[in-house]
Structure formats: structure tokens, C-alpha cells
Ligand binder design. Structure first.
Ligand code: NAD
Ligand code: WQD
Length: 349
């Protein structure tokens, strides 16, 4: 297998990072995992290793710790496997918590990205994929949103950190002149589900904030009934509309993005390109519940409740740019995603 490119995956023990690590390994990249484990567990690293049958290196390091981060690049260089690209997942992502602790979110997410860019510059590494989010579009005036849709005021401090990190990376791309810095901003919509093996999946600490993990816990009898946050929105059934994509489709988008960066390496110019990653289809909360019950043959205890503050009413993606430039589009259905989510949850009943 061609393992010429070594990719550092920050936040590699997390939900999206762990699935991406497996897809990268399967595509022939050498993966180096880094995580401070503030929202994940070492078992995810063991899961990745068992799926790829390879002792993937793991560093327990905080991205804000410049010296330790530099040491990771140095030791891989000394091993003869210099890091040639980075996928930066490491961030805090709980929207509600970000409202309570905005400074923590700024420090961790913006601070971590700033330090990573400094270290990449010092070490001469010039390819970056950044985990951004549809949250950068704020409350959109028109749907679906594409990459030219306006970046509206963030609806949460978390969203603000994603907008700021995008700006930092765009500036860095323009400013770093010694190397040709080439970067991709991936704006994810709503990833759900798990690896089809159920060896890795989504394990939020505490009460899940996100819809599908909560549906799973509720169906498993491990939590109170799900509250449907709002049924009086101006949508077909009154509940909010989102764009849910399978985690393995999202993981594979990172392989496409890394390939895009390495394919472009012969072009000697800096660039920073944003891509939406979604299915292009909007689904309401009530539709997700119905689909989950149908595909898994279980009922989801739920009650209709009031609106959750800060919720966007409707957002889904136009992902034509990803299709034409990355050759990426989603291949798995909502039903497959919900089936894999439930298979993962069943391990914990
Ligand atoms: P996650 O919490 O499962 O994974 C993030 C990982 O980063 C965790 O393992 C955590 O321990 C680690 N981490 C956090 N701060 C760190 C730091 N300073 N140094 C080192 N490690 C650190 O979250 P996820 O769902 O896998 O999200 C990954 C990325 O994708 C995040 O940047 C998130 O903002 C972004 N994103 C997620 C979603 C989603 O719905 N899950 C949607 C859009 C964007
Ligand atoms: C989906 C829908 C809820 C839980 C979050 C972040 C966003 C981005 C994507 C990272 C909403 C409803 C939920 C529940 C419910 N992440 N819901 N009952 O709101 O699209 O966005 O993830 O960048 O920044 O905010 O995802 O899964 O929280 O909610 O009715 O118990 O499910 O109101 O309509 P959301 P979500």
C-alpha cells in the first residue's frame, strides 16, 4: 500500500475524526492521531486500530500546547514519516455549552487553530483540511445554501469560533509566502450514524445534545423521552429541517479533500477553498423519528415540546461544488444512517 503521505488527524479520537482515520487508512494514507481526550475515550483509538489492523500512532496532546504539538511533528520526522498534511477536527462543539462558556470556546477552538497554523508554518507543512460547519451561514435567508451564501452573524459562540477559524486560515493562506499554503474548509451539515461494523460510533459524554444520539438513547430506554423542540415552525410539519448525512460519507469526503490538496500540489499557488458537505435533501425532526422507527422496528418515546433557543428553522446543503471539484457526493441513505446509529447504540443496552 502507498503510505507516502502521513496525515496528522487532530481530534482523531472523536466522532468524525475516528471514522475519517479509518477511511484514510483504507485509502492508503498513513495516519497519525492526536487528541487531548477531553470529549472522547482511548477506546476509540483501539477501535480504529482494530478496524485497520495496524498500530496507528496516537499522541495525547492539546492543540494549544505549542511545544508538545511541535514535538509530534518532530518525532514523526525523525521516524522517517514526516507529516505532509493535517486534518484539524479538534474543537469543542456543544452549542449550549458555548453560550455558557464563550471564552473557553474561543480559547480552545480559535487558540488551538492559531497554534496549529504557527507550528505548521515552522515545520513547513502546507496542506490543511479544516472541520467547519454549516453553522457559519447563521440563520440563512434562502435554502439550500451554497458556498456563496452569505456568512451571517453567528447564532452561538461556537458558530463564531468556526467563522473566526475560517478567517484565520484564509489569512494564513494569503500571508505565508515561504511555502504555498493550500487549504480546504469543509462545512459539514448533520453527520449521523456509525461505522457499519459498530466498532466505532458516536459516544457523546453526558446527555446528548444532538437529535440522533438522543433518539437512540430514548429508544434504548436509557434516557427520558425525546423532546421535539418546536412544532410550530414555518415548515411542512412544523418541526425544524436539517440535512443529515451518513458519517462514512462524511469520512470519505476527507479522503477526497486530501486527494484534492495533493493533486493540486503541482499548482504553485496558495488557495483556500470551501465546500459544503451534505446530501442536498432537507428532513424534518418528525420525519427522522418516523424513519428511525420504521427501519429499526422500535418506537422512539417522544413528546412535542417548545422551541430550543438559537435553533435555525431550516437549513440544507447544495453540495454541487463538492461533486464537481472533489468528485464527492453522498451514497448512503437516511435509512442506512439510522440503522447504523441504532446498531451502534444496541451495544450499550
Ligand atoms: P468530537 O467532540 O467527537 O471530536 C472532537 C475531538 O477533539 C474530541 O475527541 C476532543 O477530545 C478533541 N479535542 C477538543 N479540543 C481539543 C484540543 N484543544 N486539543 C486536542 N484535542 C481536542 O466532535 P466531532 O463531532 O467529531 O467534531 C469534529 C469537528 O467537526 C469539530 O471541529 C466540530 O466542530 C466539527 N463539526 C461537527 C459537526 C457534528 O455535527 N458533529 C458538525 C459540523 C462541524
Ligand atoms: C437537529 C434538530 C433540533 C435534539 C448542531 C449545531 C451545528 C452543527 C450541526 C456543528 C434541531 C432537534 C434535537 C433533541 C430535537 N454542528 N432536536 N430534540 O441543531 O442542526 O446543529 O449540529 O458544527 O452548529 O448547532 O443539530 O442534532 O442538535 O438538532 O428536537 O433532543 O433536532 O431542534 O431541529 P443542529 P441537532
Amino acid at each position: 500500500m502507498n503510505r507516502t503521505e502521513s496525515i496528522l488527524v487532530t481530534g482523531g479520537a472523536g466522532y468524525i475524526g475516528s471514522h475519517t482515520a479509518v477511511s484514510l487508512e483504507k485509502a492508503g494514507f498513513r495516519v497519525i492521531l492526536l487528541d487531548n481526550l477531553c470529549n472522547s475515550d482511548i477506546s476509540a483509538i483501539e477501535g480504529i486500530r482494530s478496524l485497520v489492523d495496524y498500530d496507528v500512532p496516537f499522541y495525547q496532546v492539546d492543540c494549544r500546547d505549542k511545544e508538545s504539538l511541535g514535538d509530534v511533528f518532530q518525532s514523526e520526522l525523525e521516524n522517517g514519516t514526516p507529516i505532509t498534511g493535517v486534518i484539524h477536527f479538534a474543537a469543542l462543539k456543544a452549542v449550549g455549552e458555548s453560550v455558557e462558556k464563550p471564552d473557553l470556546y474561543k480559547d480552545n477552538n480559535i487558540g488551538g487553530t492559531r497554534v496549529l497554523l504557527e507550528v505548521m508554518k515552522e515545520k513547513g507543512v502546507s496542506k490543511l483540511v479544516f472541520s467547519s460547519s454549516c453553522t457559519v451561514y447563521g440563520e440563512p435567508e434562502n435554502v439550500p445554501v451554497n458556498e456563496s451564501s452569505p456568512i451571517l452573524p453567528a447564532v452561538s459562540p461556537y458558530g463564531f469560533t468556526k467563522q473566526e477559524c475560517e478567517r484565520l486560515i484564509q489569512d494564513h493562506t494569503k500571508r505565508v509566502t515561504k511555502q504555498t499554503f493550500q487549504s480546504v474548509l469543509l462545512r459539514y451539515f448533520n453527520p449521523i450514524g456509525a461505522h457499519p461494523s459498530s466498532v466505532i460510533g458516536e459516544s457523546p459524554k453526558g446527555v446528548p445534545n444532538n437529535l440522533v444520539p438522543y433518539i437512540c438513547k430514548s429508544a434504548a430506554g436509557l434516557s427520558k423521552p425525546l423532546i421535539v423542540f418546536g412544532t410550530d415552525y414555518p415548515t411542512p410539519d412544523g418541526s425544524c429541517v436539517r440535512d443529515y448525512l451518513h458519517i462514512m460519507d462524511l469520512a470519505e469526503a476527507h479522503v477526497s479533500a486530501i486527494n484534492f490538496l495533493f493533486d493540486k500540489s503541482q499548482i504553485n499557488r496558495p488557495f483556500c477553498r470551501a465546500f459544503n458537505l451534505g446530501t442536498g435533501v432537507g428532513t424534518s425532526v418528525l420525519e427522522v423519528i418516523k424513519a428511525f422507527e420504521k427501519v429499526n422496528g422500535v418506537s422512539v418515546p417522544h413528546v412535542l415540546g417548545g422551541r430550543r433557543s438559537g435553533d435555525v428553522v431550516s437549513i440544507w446543503s447544495e453540495s454541487l461544488r463538492a461533486k464537481s471539484e472533489l468528485g464527492w457526493y453522498t451514497k448512503r441513505s437516511l435509512e442506512e444512517s439510522l440503522k447504523d446509529a441504532w446498531n451502534w447504540q444496541k451495544k450499550f443496552i
